[in-house]
Write a protein that binds this ligand. Sequence first.
Ligand code: NAP
Length: 526
Amino acid sequence: MKTVRSYVAGAWAEGGGKAQTLVNPATEEPVAEVAGGSIDSGDWGRVVTHARTRGGEALRALTFAERGQLVKALSKLVHANRDELIALAIANGGNTRGDAKFDIDGASGTLAAYGEVGIALGKTKFLVDGDAAQLTRSVRFVGQHIAVPRQGVAVHINAFNFPAWGMMEKAAVALLAGVPVITKPATSTALVAHRMMELVVEAKILPEGALSFVAGSVGDLLAHLGGQDVLAFTGSSDTAQMLRGQKDVVAQSVRVNVEADSLNAAVLGRDLARDSEGYSLFVADVLRDMTQKAGQKCTAIRRVLVPAEMVDAVKEDLTERLGAMKVGDPSREDVGMGPVATKKQQEDVRAGIARLREEADSVFGGDGSVAEAVGVPKGKGFFVSPVLLQVRDAKTATRVHAHEVFGPVSTLIPYSGEAKDAVAIVARGGGGLVSSVYSDDRAFLGDMAFGLAPHHGRLFLGSSKLAGHAVGPGTVLPQLVHGGPGRAGGGEELGSLRGLAFYLQRTAIAGDKPILEALFNPKSED
Ligand code: NAP
């Protein structure tokens, strides 16, 4: 059986601790082992130092354009091995082929986009931030902000749901910024990330130390981080809280970015007739987000706000489409939704549904149990049925705004149809990654956009004419920022150039105008 190992300090490493078995979540058959305690305690300092020195020095010696070429080469590598990676995602992640493509093409697409960003930045090794400002009455005394790569490592800790995209969207930005990466996938679905690491090592695209890979626990890695290092985490709020509060992380002012839970909303405007393109777009987006990756998407629509008079129609349309979806072995073409990733995940989702049902009635899917999963031995696999709920009383319901059920579960919330009411309901989620509004009424869209913007990292305005031209709100794009305030973790990733800021040190430099112009005029570096 395949062993998932760490790649640290320029070599594959396996420790002597207890190994962990990874299984196919559809059949529960073992697919790989994660080497136990993959790095001996006491060695974490060496791992960090190797990455910081060997990897960091090599990356910082390159220009943005050269680093862009490396990132682009990684994109081509992932794409060239797409079929193998898709097969692993199906086997270890419970992904349908479509789910797997979403993850793996998301990885290569984000790498390609950041490769282009780097190439466009040209031969420079630093970025100029804004124009020089005259600081006193003297025209000689000016100040200029620049941004240079931090001289540390970027520790990336990722969630189980996107092993490919999660690893590469973070790596793309850090490597382009000139910062070496130590990446750790979630253990349960680590096979895809591990294979990508093997491919990167075999292809010898990156300088030694630029990318390290930790299988299993990170031991006391975080205790070795210092003021030049950064920690980017994606996962649950509870783990985030524990990591960002670690003594050494706080004491050393390690820069931390958190991408956590989110109770993303979709709001239907009352102007959209049932036969309009905008309405169809809304239904299609809700369905996709409920079932893609079995609802294990941080951006998935969890709360569905519908004008009270339209609730029956929406229930009918969603129920009909959900009823036609086959749940089962994700390797089969006729199956629309696979299992959730682990037994623990299945238990958590089922418990979450029960919690939501204390204030909501089931419209579809009951308690989430699946009588018979298509193509799977009876009783096997971590399956959960898509579940659509409706809150009993939108005014008093609290759980739907507080508890993220990380599975194929959404809840209908009737509202008045007024923008101010919808904004107030959505804001009860305490900060989100993305919410979407479906309407052709520009005044309504404007009120919703300005009302929701303070509470979100991203908004999607779905109008009838956009149908057929857009990916839904659940797709994270490299050009747009990803992250959100409050419950969503308070972080921000991607957003083209904006994503680089986390890995760069912005420094204000004051001095004599001709000297600053000579040093920092970007044209002189082209
Ligand atoms: P999780 O249990 O918090 O785990 C996330 C990562 O943290 C895993 O790699 C895990 O490793 C690691 N970890 C756990 N304890 C740790 C510790 N003491 N020290 C260092 N690392 C530790 O979350 P999850 O179940 O994988 O992911 C589901 C959650 O992630 C959901 O709430 C979802 O909303 C959120 N999510 C957010 C985004 C976003 O972009 N905002 C994206 C995807 C998912 P092990 O697997 O080895 O335990």
